[in-house]
Design a protein around this ligand. Structure first.
Ligand SMILES: C[S@@+](CC[C@H](N)C(=O)[O-])C[C@H]1O[C@@H](n2cnc3c(N)ncnc32)[C@H](O)[C@@H]1O
Length: 158
């Protein structure tokens, strides 16, 4: 598979996975958390299609100018510190999307696992995590049929 095809599969998985999770969490109270603002594409999708507050964590603000989050929702800093801040504030997420990464598979998997307990701590009961990387300590569930198993990861808190 070419890198271009792999990129297309990633985008399709993100769109289908996020749409599926928005639909599944309509009855759950809470906010949304985007982990990894990057260019702002998935953040923009979440704020477009989910009628909730969308928090965003990233160590840097370098997104497309049309995707700059409101200051009150943007937590600029290291994931560990920002997740801790959210937990201390008592905020709960109905849906979280995890898209942190360096592009080095082993490091990215390790980071996802290390951050899992902090992510779990900010999830509402039965809230869903849609993730680029495997998580631990959350219940793995099947995502939409359009996504190949293992391409994206889906978890429920509970
Ligand atoms: C793959 S990009 C996110 C892409 C984005 N979701 C989009 O659709 O454009 C990953 C982002 O995560 C951020 N990041 C990675 N690890 C982080 C960490 N430990 N703490 C804070 N930000 C981190 C990087 O700065 C980068 O902007």
């Amino acid at each position: 598979m070419s890198r271009l095809e792999s990129f297309r599969r990633r985008l399709t998985a993100q769109i289908d996975g996020i749409n599926w999770a928005i639909e599944k969490t309509t009855e759950i109270q809470g906010d949304i958390l985007e982990m990894g603002l990057g260019n702002g594409r998935t953040y923009d999708h979440l704020r477009e299609y989910a009628d909730r507050r969308v928090w965003v964590i990233d160590r840097i603000l370098q997104c497309h100018p049309s995707c700059v989050p409101p200051t009150k929702d943007f937590l600029q800093g290291e994931a560990e510190d920002m997740l801790t801040r959210l937990a201390e504030g008592g905020y709960k997420m109905a849906l979280a999307h995890y898209d942190f990464g360096h592009g080095v598979k082993e490091l990215d998997v390790e980071e996802g696992k290390a951050l899992s307990p902090l992510i779990k701590a900010v999830m509402a009961p039965n809230g869903l995590v849609v993730s680029q990387q495997p998580m631990v300590g959350l219940t793995e569930i099947s995502g939409p049929d359009t996504i190949m198993p293992g391409r994206y990861h889906f978890y429920q808190n509970g």
